[in-house]
Design a binder for this molecule. Structure first.
Ligand SMILES: Nc1ncnc2c1ncn2[C@@H]1O[C@H](COP(=O)(O)OP(=O)(O)OP(=O)(O)O)[C@@H](O)[C@H]1O
Length: 208
């Protein structure tokens, strides 16, 4: 499995945010996207997920253009943006049931409750998300990582709002996914403890 990006150029409004960006991410690797505020990290992640259109360049999954075989690509992709994509009036259980169903992967209540338990949210299954703290809401969103079978995880600042215990938990979930030949592309200010051969870093400051 390979994600290959070639000569990508993206704009927001009239501004070219980055250009000439190329990289290859293989199974069992994490790509850490860095850069100053406004350098285009979110724009890149959303473009890779097909949520923005690039001006130029190619994005290929397993050697095929993602726009040519979108169904195959989206089945393998999980995106969690800075927004948690949760419905505030629904409970964690209802939110995760909905999100998993939308991703084409219906799960049982027991599976979802087990993920919430692992994320330290036992007892919150039936509480509306609106009544949960920012860190708890982030934990609900990140529970999806324990429920998905997607190979490629694209995560925008996943550590934001997490306490020390949740940071360590997320680090171990990411490391396990990479060790199991999964792929992660993320922006973060928090290091992920992986050996050098499993981690690539790119700074968008070089592509302005
Ligand atoms: N809705 C928008 N319309 C026009 N320009 C935008 C819009 N959103 C972002 N931009 C511009 O696009 C550029 C890239 O923004 P982006 O959010 O991708 O950067 P980022 O590297 O993720 O930033 P940060 O580190 O602050 O989260 C910025 O210069 C920003 O001003």
């Amino acid at each position: 499995m390979t994600l290959s990006v070639q000569k990508l150029q993206c704009s927001r409004g009239d501004l070219t945010v980055f250009q000439g960006l190329s990289f290859t991410l293989n199974a069992g690797q994490l790509l850490w996207v860095e850069g100053r505020n406004g350098s285009g990290k979110t724009t890149l992640l959303r473009t890779v997920c097909g949520l923005f259109l690039a001006d130029e360049g190619n994005i290929e999954w397993k050697g095929e253009l993602t726009k040519r075989t979108p169904d195959e690509y989206y089945r393998q992709l999980l995106y969690i943006g800075h927004q948690n994509a949760l419905k505030l009036d629904l409970t964690p259980l209802e939110n995760l049931q909905l999100l998993c169903r939308l991703a084409g992967q219906p799960l049982t209540e027991v599976q979802i409750e087990d993920a919430l338990l692992k994320m330290g949210l036992a007892g919150y299954e039936d509480v509306p998300v609106r009544q949960m703290s920012q860190g708890q809401q982030r934990r609900v969103a990140l529970s999806r990582l324990l429920l998905t079978d997607a190979a490629l995880w694209v995560l925008d600042e996943p550590f934001v709002a997490l306490d020390v215990a949740a940071v360590e938990l997320l680090q171990s979930i990411l490391v396990t996914h990479v060790e199991n030949e999964g792929m992660v592309m993320l922006t973060t200010h928090q290091a992920v403890p992986l050996p050098a051969e499993k981690m690539q870093r790119i700074s968008l400051d070089q592509y302005a």
